[in-house]
Write a protein that binds this ligand. Structure first.
Ligand code: ADP
Ligand code: MG
Length: 357
């Protein structure tokens, strides 16, 4: 296992920049999710790491050793990088048993039968598939096939495991089970894992840290809670988690990291990022409100009209219009009528700088 360092990586296809000045440091044993909308460059970044693509600029190193550094003519081939890769499609051979599929990379390496069998058994036990060793992949469920693909990558004892939307083909229930299987795998092996997904809930549930990508760039790298509570910009605020992102004017500062924001008739106490605080009389501020921080309360000075009410099981989610074009998602304990006027109390918010959004 090894640290992974990407420094100012750029990759273009023709004149389209798929990956733009990406820097990212991943610690040995860390579980990092690469999260972003389709087409933002996630797969390209993974392929650059794996060695299937060569960067135009920048350096990639594994365990402190450069594996891609075009300025110095360094480009280590994928096999020599020894990274395990699991894709969305499992690419298993249907005519080979599960055990042979898993052991095939070892056959190619020329390992003897006994050593191979021991490694196969160990890998299958990690993914809890020992009973299926002699079956054909065609007899397995989608989740089991994905675990076979994981086991096949494990037998190589890779320095890190790269996963590209590995659960995208599975139904919702199986996805949750498999998320748990990947997490268990991570705990048991301590492997460094880079997990690509466009699903923010999946990234939040699994990763130690999340790198949010948009249009080839990394917008923010942080722990899930920090991304959710303190998004760095407009894109991250809107992409990660539910809630409203509102453009606001100036704010009044209330001590370090705290401010007060006017929203209609109400004054909201919010947290504010340093950059926005420095620009607190500027016009490019955004307010991120999460639904759990907004309460329906008759005493609330902020009034709004209910546009929608959905029962989520246990609670309701309302869409409340405040002002001309601001809609706030709000959780409530009772059903509300469409068109009903409600008072709102906002207990927290986050102000960020929109100037680069
Ligand atoms: P993601 O995995 O986030 O959906 P990709 O990394 O697959 O995004 O693609 C990023 C962008 O780069 C897309 O616009 C895609 O069309 C383009 N792209 C990716 N690979 C190639 C390629 N080999 N040739 C040309 N364009 C590519
Ligand atoms: Mg992709």
């Amino acid at each position: 296992m090894a640290d992974i360092n990407l420094s100012r990586i750029t990759k273009s296809f023709g004149d389209y920049r798929a990956v733009n000045q990406v820097s990212l440091d991943i610690k040995d044993g860390e579980f990092v999710a690469l999260l972003g909308p389709s087409g933002c460059g996630k797969t390209t970044l993974l392929r650059l790491l794996a060695g299937f693509e060569e960067p135009d600029h920048g350096t990639i190193s594994l365990g402190g050793q450069a594996v891609a550094d075009p300025a110095n003519g360094v480009m280590v081939n994928p096999e020599a990088r020894n990274l395990g890769i699991v894709f969305q499609s499992y690419a298993l051979w249907p005519h080979m048993s599960v055990a042979r599929n898993v052991g095939y990379p070892l056959e190619v390496r020329g390992l003897g039968r006994a050593e191979r069998d021991a490694k196969i058994a160990e890998a299958l036990s990690i993914v809890a598939l020992e009973p299926c060793a002699d079956r054909s992949p065609t007899e397995l469920s989608g989740g089991q096939r994905q675990r076979v693909a994981l086991a096949r990558c494990l037998v190589m004892e890779p320095r890190a495991v790269l996963l590209d939307e590995p659960l995208a083909n599975l139904d919702v229930h199986l996805r949750e089970t498999m998320q748990q299987a990947f997490l268990d795998f991570h705990r048991r092996t301590g492997a460094t894992m880079i997990y690509v997904t466009h699903d923010q809930a999946e990234a939040m549930a699994m990763a130690d840290r999340i790198a949010v990508m948009d249009k080839g760039r990394i917008r923010q790298v942080a722990a899930p809670e920090t991304l959710y509570r303190e998004p760095a910009d407009h894109m991250v605020a809107g992409f990660v988690g539910a809630g409203a992102v509102l453009p606001i004017g100036d704010v009044s500062m209330r001590g370090t990291g705290r401010c007060s924001v006017r929203l209609g008739e109400a004054a909201i106490h919010a947290r504010i990022c340093q950059k926005a605080a420095n620009n607190s009389d500027g016009q490019d501020l955004g307010l991120c409100l999460r639904p759990e921080d907004v309460w329906v309360d008759e005493a609330g000075t902020l009034r709004g009209s209910v546009e929608d009410c959905v029962y989520l099981g246990g609670r309701f989610r309302l869409q409340v219009r405040v002002g001309a074009d601001q809609i706030l998602p709000v959780y409530a304990t009772r059903r509300a009528r469409i068109g009903e006027t409600v008072g709102l109390v906002i207990s927290d918010g986050w102000v960020f700088d929109r100037s680069e959004g």
